[in-house]
Design a protein around this ligand. Structure first.
Ligand code: SF4
Length: 338
């Protein structure tokens, strides 16, 4: 049998792996902690792991970490990495430094099968789910992995279309035995797949961000085909009814397109959907893609929406755009991969 890859294993699996060599669960916790928090040097240099266990690991396992094949840096410091998995799947990862906050935006699939017509990733087609190893490697495999404070699942793919691998990766990112990133600093972004959405609410503590595009069902179905099977109103009522711990955040991401979804009617409907809930609304500028005549709403219009939402008692913010010059912004990943 070949050597197992440590990257992507949870503490129980590491425990199983070393149990055969006579080692115990507490030692599995140490191995997982050193590996996920400090990477390979942590594993090699620590004195907390006995030499006999290091030798055993060397015989039965390898790290499974692989580096990106290409990187680009934006004028604002955002970095985009292209990975090719050992199985040949291509996907991109974005590193966003903002003061003390260092965010990695990870992909969960190579391409996407949700078919949203405006999205470059969707246009790339679907080339398979990423494994938990591929997802965790997007943090461990980049140069600044020791500095990462936040992880957002907003890269290529629909995370809730690959729930087993995404939940496992979230566990490795957030567990004390893993990278120990607070679940409050981990956000999974989705167009909404109801059964998996409910599963995430139950099985993880991370934040969830639902991409809305339009508060009107028919209009939304024109840009998010998933709406026809999983109506967003149903998901918003599940979010509204959810008993949240105080710090967990459920939000709507609302990308604003001039003259399309930034009218007074849209604003009123957005208010009626979210009033008296703990759902936050994040307003984002639109990024025009190739051969696209749509334009982002102006900064003033974004601020006008925010003001009116806040006046209606709804928590709202305007998000700024990062990495647009290297196609690392929302909806633009995979633009250079064909
Ligand atoms: S917007 Fe998200 S769900 Fe839709 S095709 Fe693009 S990556 Fe997939």
């Amino acid at each position: 049998m070949g050597k197992r890859y440590l990257c992507g294993l949870d503490v129980e699996e590491i425990g199983e792996l070393i149990k055969a060599g006579g080692f115990n669960h507490a030692q599995a916790v140490t191995v997982a902690g050193m590996f996920y928090k400090k990477g390979v040097p942590g594993l090699n240099e620590t004195t907390r792991i006995p030499k006999s266990l290091k030798k055993y690991l060397y015989d039965v396992a390898q790290t499974g970490i692989y580096p990106p094949v290409k990187s680009e840096e934006s004028a604002d410091g955002t970095k985009k990495y292209l990975f090719i998995s050992p199985e040949g799947k291509k996907f991109e990862t974005v590193y966003i430094p903002e003061g003390k906050r260092k965010t990695v935006c990870v992909s969960t699939q190579s391409g996407c099968r949700m078919g949203c017509p405006f999205c470059v990733t969707g246009g790339y087609g679907f080339h398979g789910n990423l494994t938990a190893r591929d997802i965790v490697n997007q943090v461990l495999g980049i140069p600044c992995h020791n500095e990462v404070t936040h992880v957002v699942f907003m890269g290529m793919g629909e995370p809730l279309d690959n729930p087993d691998n995404v939940l496992k990766a979230v566990r490795i990112f957030s567990a004390e035995w893993g990278m120990a990133i607070s679940p409050r600093n981990i956000t999974v972004s989705t167009v909404g797949i109801t059964p998996a959405f409910i599963r995430f609410l139950r099985e993880s503590e991370c934040n969830l961000a639902l991409s809305l595009y339009s508060p009107f069902s028919e209009e939304r179905a024109g840009v998010v085909p998933a709406e026809k099977i999983y109506p967003v109103r149903e998901i918003i009522s599940i979010m509204a009814a959810c008993q949240l711990s105080r710090k967990r955040r459920l939000s709507l991401a609302y990308i604003m397109i001039q003259g399309v979804n930034d009218t007074g009617n849209h604003l009123n409907e957005l208010i009626s959907l979210t009033r008296n809930t703990r759902i936050r609304v994040n307003l984002l500028p639109y990024h025009a893609v190739r051969d696209d005549d749509k334009r982002s709403s102006s900064e003033g219009r974004l601020q006008f929406f925010k003001h009116n939402l806040v006046m209606a008692g709804i928590s709202a913010s305007v998000r700024k755009s990062r990495g647009e010059d290297i196609s690392a912004a929302c909806g633009l990943l995979a633009s250079g991969m064909r």
